[in-house]
Write a protein that binds this ligand. Structure first.
Ligand SMILES: C[S@@+](CC[C@H](N)C(=O)[O-])C[C@H]1O[C@@H](n2cnc3c(N)ncnc32)[C@H](O)[C@@H]1O
Length: 318
C-alpha cells in the first residue's frame, strides 16, 4: 500500500455536531484513512471508545497507523477498534461487542482519494488498469463482470440512474457492440468505448466523458445505494438518547435516501392517513437537525475541491 492520502471533508462541522462526550462510544462506518476518526479520538478520554469500520482492508491498515499515532501523541486512555466489514453490519458488530447503544455514528460514503489514486484498483478513468472497482477485494462482482455480462438494458439503466448520464442508452449500445468482438478488460478500453458513444460536440460539458459512467459502474459493483438504505433505521435505533447520526453524501441519489429515511425516523408511524389515532405504536425517534444539508465553506473548497459535492445531514435522537 502506498501512502494513504485523503483529506477529510466537512471535518469541523462533523466533529462539532457530534457533541462528543469524553467517555462516549462512537462508530465511524467508513473509517478510510482515519481522518474523521482521528479527530473524534482526540476528543475521547478514559472510557471512550471508537469503532472504525471499512470494507477496504487497505483503509483499515492506514486507519490503524493514524489512530495509533493519535493515541501516542495525546497520551489518551481512549480506545479504538477497527473492523474490516461492511457498515451495513454495524448494529451486529456493536452487539457482538456487548454494545447496545452508541453516542454517535458517522458515515462519509463513497470512495476515498486513496482508492481513486491507486491505479491498480481500477476506480479511475485516469489510469489504465483492469476493470475492478471493488472496495472489498474479497467481493465477487467486479466492474469487468458488470461491463461484460449485464444486458444492454441493465447497463443503460444503471448508467442513467447512478451516473445521471444522458447518453446512457448509446453508451450501453456501444459497450455491447464492442464486447461482441472481445471482452472489455481495462479502464482505458472502456474509456475509448464511452468516448466513441458520446458525440464530440456534447463532450465539453460535465468534465471527463467517462466520469459519470465510471461512477455508475462503481455504485453497482459495490451495491452502494442498497447498503445505505439498509443501514439507516437500525443505526438510528441504536443511538442512545441525544445520540447523533451524521451522513456525508456525494451524489443526489444517496442524499435523497438519507433525507427520506431521516424523515421516516422523525415520523415512523405506518397508519393510513385516514386513521384518527395511531395504532401501529411507532413513535418518532428524534429529529433531523439539518433542515438543509450542510455544505463546504468557500475556504474548504479552495483547499479541497473534492468537497464540492459533499452534503452533510444530521439526525439527533430524542
Ligand atoms: C470518503 S472515504 C472515508 C474517508 C474518511 N472519512 C477519512 O477521513 O479518511 C469512504 C470510505 O468508506 C469505505 N466504504 C464505502 N462504503 C462502505 C461500506 N458499505 N462499508 C464499509 N466501508 C465502506 C470506502 O472503502 C472508503 O474507505
Amino acid at each position: 500500500m502506498g501512502e494513504f492520502s485523503h483529506i477529510p471533508v466537512l471535518l469541523n462541522e462533523c466533529v462539532d455536531n457530534l457533541e462528543i462526550k469524553t467517555d462516549g462510544i462512537y462508530v465511524d462506518g467508513t473509517v478510510g484513512g482515519g481522518g474523521h476518526s482521528g479527530a473524534i479520538l482526540r476528543k475521547l478520554g478514559e472510557g471512550g471508545l471508537l469503532i472504525g469500520i471499512d470494507r477496504d482492508a487497505e483503509a483499515i491498515e492506514a486507519a490503524g497507523i493514524e489512530l495509533n499515532s493519535v493515541l501516542r501523541e495525546t497520551k489518551s486512555k481512549a480506545r479504538f477498534e477497527l473492523v474490516h466489514d461492511n457498515y451495513v453490519n454495524m448494529v451486529e458488530i456493536c452487539r457482538e461487542r456487548g454494545i447496545g447503544g452508541v453516542d454517535g455514528i458517522l458515515l462519509d460514503i463513497g470512495v476515498s482519494s486513496h482508492q481513486f489514486d491507486s491505479a491498480e484498483r481500477g476506480f479511475s478513468y485516469r489510469f489504465d488498469a483492469p476493470l475492478d472497482m471493488r472496495m472489498d477485494r474479497g467481493d465477487r462482482l467486479t466492474a469487468a463482470d458488470v461491463v461484460n455480462k449485464y444486458s444492454e438494458r441493465e447497463l443503460s439503466d444503471i448508467i442513467f440512474r447512478y451516473g445521471e448520464e444522458r447518453w446512457a442508452k448509446r453508451i450501453a449500445e456501444f459497450i455491447v457492440q464492442r464486447r461482441k468482438k472481445a471482452p472489455i478488460e481495462t479502464t482505458f478500453q472502456l474509456v475509448d468505448v464511452i468516448k466513441g458513444a458520446i458525440p464530440k460536440g456534447a463532450r465539453s460539458d460535465g468534465g471527463h466523458p467517462a466520469k459519470r459512467t465510471f461512477q455508475a459502474i462503481r455504485i453497482e459493483v459495490n451495491g452502494e445505494l442498497d447498503v445505505l438504505s439498509n443501514v439507516i433505521m437500525g443505526a438510528v435505533e441504536m443511538l442512545k438518547p441525544s445520540g447523533v447520526m451524521e451522513i456525508i453524501t456525494f451524489h443526489s441519489l444517496e442524499e435523497g435516501i438519507v433525507k427520506k429515511l431521516f424523515k421516516k425516523a422523525e415520523n415512523p408511524c405506518e397508519c393510513p392517513p385516514e386513521f384518527p389515532v395511531c395504532v401501529c405504536g411507532k413513535k418518532p425517534l428524534g429529529r433531523m437537525i439539518t433542515k438543509h444539508a450542510i455544505v463546504a465553506s468557500p475556504e474548504e473548497l479552495e483547499a479541497n475541491p473534492r468537497a464540492a459535492s459533499a452534503k452533510l445531514r444530521i439526525f439527533k435522537r430524542f
